[in-house]
Design a protein around this ligand. Sequence first.
Ligand code: GDP
Ligand code: GDP
Length: 442
Amino acid sequence: MVQGNCPMVALIGRPNVGKSTLFNRITKSRKALVDPTPGVTRDRHYDRVTWDNKSFVLVDTGGIDDNPEDLLVGHIREQALAAIEEADIILFLMDGREGVTPADYEVVEILRRTRKPIFHVVNKIDSPKQEVELLAQFYELGIEKLWSLSAEHSFGFRDLMDGLSAIIEGESDDEGLPEDLMRVAFFGRPNVGKSSMINRILGEERMVVSEISGTTRDSVDTLLTHGKYNYLLIDTAGIRRKGKTKEKLEKFSILKSLAALNKCDIAVILIDGEEGITEQDTKVIGYALEHGRALIILVNKWDLLEGDKKRQQQLLSEVGRQLPFLGFAPVLTVSAKTGYGIKRLFPVIGSVYRQYRAVFPTSALNRLLREAIENHSPPIYKNKRLKFYYTSQIGTSPPRFVIMTNSYKGVHFSYQRYLTNKFREGLGLEKVPIQLIFKDKS
Ligand code: GDP
Ligand code: GDP
């Protein structure tokens, strides 16, 4: 953990590896709040950045010392030595397209002399596919952790920034993005209406679109304020049009979906009201469940079923049938085209989010556990009655509880389901996944 107020992060690397591109991406990123200190002339190679409530000063060393000698290998050595001296954290950028150069070996050696945190970043890796092709050779440098990045197109950017902010000590004041930011990602097959839905949401009354991220084609996150709540909308659309072969697309869009799943709290799955649930829908829903995400199902294009009560009922029962394990997920019928049902979406997102993040006092949990056991005695396992001693919450997003028992092996599915339902009811967690983990008391 790097202590102290606002550590200095130095960006070093040969000319043309993409330092200023990264510098601009960081400082212009919607998520990073750049604070122009009043009264100080702003140098575009030097900026204070706040990311996830962590602040640092970012310095583009290449930009500061902008002279023709930059082109000499010797210069990058100087730069590295200076960074070791001056900086608290070093971002060393290499060029994935050019491959490993002698200068990279040299700088890596120099950087080994310091115990300061160093991020070895291989830039110009613009897609997961390129990561496979270009990253491997850099392992020759003997570096344990390489960060692949596309400073230009933002691939790997968030990971890098999260990695960076993870080692910086937080500040007490409340800078940066709102803490209660609800991250909501939209999933669904091509043409199900994701883009239309996002546009419809953005056009809603009283919706304040604070900033739209970057300028590149795959930065599609949007920060929204509605009432006193803040949302980050993560769109996974717009990817499929880029690739060439169908197979590649498929793979890429799944990877994209996984990345979006990693960073969201709530996965909103759009289903085409005309076509019903497809295999791809169930696949993404499966991933979302594995990731422990909260889910909301939107049956879109409901306008096309207007007046057709029979088809409507058929469709909804099909959703229920196909997703029996998803009983907790709210299902809304909507139309991105007409706007039908969109007003209900945000209150639902809000209540799902509150449940997803809820925290409960241990005493209330134990009372609930005792009552549940009294109402329905635990089964006998290996001639002994199963015992549950106590419980406590071990996490949120989704809410997770550990229950201490005399034999976790004896907790069969049916009793586990019984307790899960009791917890859901008792805690008002009917709209989100929850996890009960059984452990033997030693
Ligand atoms: P610097 O001199 O090290 O600051 O490098 P620049 O940021 O000026 O970038 C040098 C060149 O590399 C520019 O033409 C950028 O557009 C390009 N570039 C930077 N980052 C990327 C990237 O992630 N992918 C690709 N394909 N090109 C990049
Ligand atoms: P995406 O690929 O998931 O982003 O889907 P788009 O938003 O591009 O929509 C695909 C097509 O479906 C477009 O022609 C939209 O006009 C249409 N569409 C989207 N939502 C609705 C809806 O609620 N009702 C109807 N009838 N058409 C819709």
